[in-house]
Design a protein around this ligand. Structure first.
Ligand code: TYD
Length: 225
């Protein structure tokens, strides 16, 4: 096996439990002896965190194209400063969101043209394709109820239900192999049922990884051997 690392991404709408799984997976992989770098988008670098504050602050007034460019700027910084150097050292990089979020939130939900989003993100990522994206799926009513229960919604969470419906439809479309063939820059995307306890969802995520990379991950899921 090459010493190059793996780029794994967790995706999904608000309130699907993505960040919980991101934390669990990074802990589980680290416990198994793997070197893991867990980073979130937007953010993950000092400049990216500044951009994140601007993007999520409900007081920020941003046009849709400015929003897309700021997500891409945060991503460019993350890829250049953190992700690529780690992959070159053989590290497993686990990202909480990446390019697919832009296609879904700024493309499907905001309605920005895909050609422009593709171009700015090709520039931002320099063509860095995830090895696998785990797409967490939960019915919208359930995920929105969880988000509301958390309180203090950020700028994106405050969007109307119709916005989140378009996000959900965008993620649904991305689970389709035909969509993935038409968007090779997103890499393989595997839908994972996010219902049930965090442990059950974590096991499903680990099962996907162990099926794709048996020699690397199968010892993490004894129940699936
Ligand atoms: P965050 O607090 O990280 O939310 P979550 O826990 O749901 O990931 O906020 C990130 C928000 O930014 C989230 O609403 C999704 C949105 N987003 C985009 O609109 N475009 C993007 O490219 C990315 C990475 C995130």
């Amino acid at each position: 096996m090459s010493s190059y690392g793996l780029l794994l991404v967790l995706e999904g709408g608000e309130g699907v439990g993505k960040t919980t799984q991101w934390q669990r997976l990074s802990t589980r992989l680290a416990e198994s002896g793997a070197e893991v770098l867990a980073l979130r988008e937007p953010g993950g670098t000092p400049s990216g965190d500044t951009i994140r504050s601007l993007l999520l602050d409900p007081a920020s007034q941003l046009s849709a194209s400015t929003e897309a460019l700021l997500f891409a700027a945060s991503r460019a910084e993350l890829v250049a400063q953190a992700v690529r150097p780690a992959l070159e050292r053989g590290v497993i990089v686990l990202l909480d969101r990446y390019l697919l979020s832009t296609y879904v939130y700024q493309g499907d939900a905001r309605g920005l043209p895909m050609a422009g989003l593709r171009a700015i993100n090709r520039f931002a990522t320099d063509g860095l394709v995830p090895d696998c994206t785990l797409l967490l799926k939960l019915p919208l009513s359930e995920s929105l109820a969880r988000t509301h229960a958390r309180g203090s919604p950020d700028r994106l969470e405050q969007e109307a239900r119709s916005f989140h419906e378009r996000v959900a439809r965008g993620f649904d479309a991305a689970g389709d192999p035909a969509w993935q063939s038409a968007h090779p820059e997103c890499g393989p995307i595997v839908p994972v049922l996010a219902e049930g306890s965090p442990d059950q969802v974590a096991l499903r995520c680990l099962a996907v990884l162990s099926a794709r990379w048996p020699s690397r991950f199968s010892e993490l899921v004894p129940a699936f051997r």
